[in-house]
Write a protein that binds this ligand. Sequence first.
Ligand code: MSP
Length: 502
Amino acid sequence: MGANSYYVTTPIYYVNAEPHLGHAYSTMAADVLARHMRQRGADVFFLTGTDEHGEPIETAAEREGVTPQELADRNAAKFEELMPIIDVTNDFFIRTSDPRHKERVAEIMQRVYDNGWVRRGIWEGWYCPRCADFKTERELGPGNTCPIHEIELVKQREENWFFRLSAFQAQLEGLYEERPDFVVPEFRRNEAVAFIKGGLEDVSLSRPSLKWGLPLPWDPEQRMYVWFDALLNYVTALGFAREGEDLTGRYWPADLHVMAKDILKFHAVIWPALLWAADLEVPKRMAIHGFLLMGEKKMSKSLGNVLDPFEAIDRFGADALRFYCFREVSFGQDGSISTAGFEGRYETELANDYGNLASRVLAMVDRYRDGVVPVAQVDATLAEDFEGAAGRVRELLDRAELTQALEVVWTLVRRLNRFVEETRPWELARDEADPERLDEVLYNLVEGLRVTTLLLVPYLPRTSETLLAALAEEGRALAELGSREGGQKVERVPPLFPKIES
Ligand code: MSP
């Protein structure tokens, strides 16, 4: 791992359906962190992609009368197209049907086998074809249903290979003791710990009935359970993302896996054990977020209540979507979103609090000082309120507290609006009674806007570019109030968040 490296991943998404806002949400969250770390000068690698094997894809393809590969190609393309639309800056897009991934999975799984972490056995239990997951008795919903998909589950019995997860019980408990922030937020960590302490059972590693999956290297009659193939993407991608270069040494172990709570168990319990079994290092941290809900329910294609990210972006723009998601729903918790809520925040916070502030400040510098930012002193009261803000954002984002970090920045936006009201620069300008104070006020407003906008780069990548260009700011590193002395020529900006047609 390189000294300054930062490797962040999203889950790889199933290609049984098209992307919806839930998928965009995790990906945008990882993007906020990737952009923020780039601003801090880190050597970032950001991975996302698609999970293309397994029963959910096999059955969806059958239903549509196409081959699983055709379905995978069609939907993977939609996921890949979504990335630039939501302004996501992933460095690579992995598809698990890529032969280069498959080769590496076979190699790693053979190592797991050679190391003695695999055994034969009979599996009998509850299986949800939509989750592609076996449920233990304590995970079942009422009437033997899947608690996520609310469908009745069938008991299955088959001859399988097993991964000897139970052998890693003590090592997993040790991991969570040594690294209290391995999983954030803490209540999700506690869930993982409780699951481990409840006693680990070996997990099924293969399915004889599955057709659309990777053959086990030591027993090609059996197909690999999709989760092993999927989890390994985080490692395999580094081997072939750059032609002729192996990035594993530079970026592994990963700094952060981002995902929702539905796949916590796979990542927080099985994944570290699988890595140990393959003589690989475990990642540094995982950030678990909640579900975006529409009404009361999780948004999901199979429940048919999805907000189409493409449509939302058409109306409000990608910046507004990113902002709304992280502002409205406290990152880590479940939360409801709605079109009305979206419109409300767009108007009051983006257009009024921030957009108007930017337009007004730049217009005043243009009008009163010919667009040249005065060289003046930092205002003491403003400085007090800005003190340490960048540091707090850094600390919060290190723990993937995206909503709290945004709140810190929004406190600055509101503070700047109050500063305008308190100092009333248009009155100072009327008779130029105190030109020095007007210089000071304008300088501080530009500084405040610059510092705040730099902090908003990860959340509002497009708007911040427009504004930073207007502010003649070349670098993107985080800055403190007063770190630029003034004297630069700035430009007016058109409304950053124009009125939307309803
Ligand atoms: N393919 C597996 C993941 C393998 S990772 C090695 C999978 N795919 S999925 O398509 O079902 O995506 C699940 C992930 O999508 C969730 O963990 C979450 O990151 C995101 N979300 C899907 N629906 C969501 C919401 N309604 N709300 C928030 N996130 C959502 O599981």
